[in-house]
Design a protein around this ligand. Structure first.
Ligand code: CUA
Length: 184
């Protein structure tokens, strides 16, 4: 601080000190402010317009007893109405229960995941479903599967020895394929 004052005083004796910001630096400052605004808008839209919120007390469960009662006692897929499904998936050391979810193409699936033991991850390949699975919390996201194919889900938070083997798959099948299934 004192150094700067001295320099200023010395400079003032010889030539007037001109305060200014380099135009190049000014542009970077503009970009930084703009980026902050973009982030602020993104977070606001995600949180309030799209309803993407961090888990709160309303999604708390007891990890020691969560699998004793429904719907967690029988995890899996339930058809709520035509094309609308809810899936309950348990992430535990070191497997997902169930390992497979099969839905007809065009289905909207609300996926709930919880862990009875330690922290895991839940990411469905080629979708924006990417959740942290914390014991004592239920993580929920909804996705519309409008493409036929297999979408593997993996645990993407290191959870120990069997972490790499922790995976499952969402099978999105054509509507006719599911009708044939139910016929047989
Ligand atoms: Cu479960 Cu990594």
């Amino acid at each position: 601080m004192s150094d700067a004052t001295e320099l200023k005083t010395e400079g003032a004796d010889e030539a007037p000190l001109v305060m200014g910001i380099d135009p190049y630096e000014k542009n970077w400052m503009r970009v930084s402010v703009l980026l902050l605004l973009v982030f602020l808008i993104t977070v606001t839209v995600a949180g309030f317009a799209m309803g993407i919120q961090v888990n709160g007390v309303d999604t708390e469960v007891d990890p020691r007893t969560v699998t004793d009662s429904e719907p967690w006692a029988t995890p899996g897929l339930r058809e709520i109405s035509p094309g609308q499904y809810e899936a309950w998936v348990i992430a535990q050391t070191w497997a997902f229960v169930p390992r497979e979810l099969e839905v007809p193409v065009g289905s909207t699936v609300k996926i709930h995941v919880t862990s009875p033991d330690i922290q895991h991850g839940f990411k469905i390949t080629d979708t924006n479903i990417n959740m942290q699975i914390v014991p004592g919390q239920v993580s929920t996201m909804t996705y519309e599967f409008d493409e036929v194919g297999e979408f593997p889900y993996i645990c993407h938070e290191y959870c120990g020895r069997g972490h790499a083997a922790m995976a499952g798959v969402v099978k999105v099948v054509s509507a006719t394929a599911t009708e044939q299934d139910s016929d047989t």
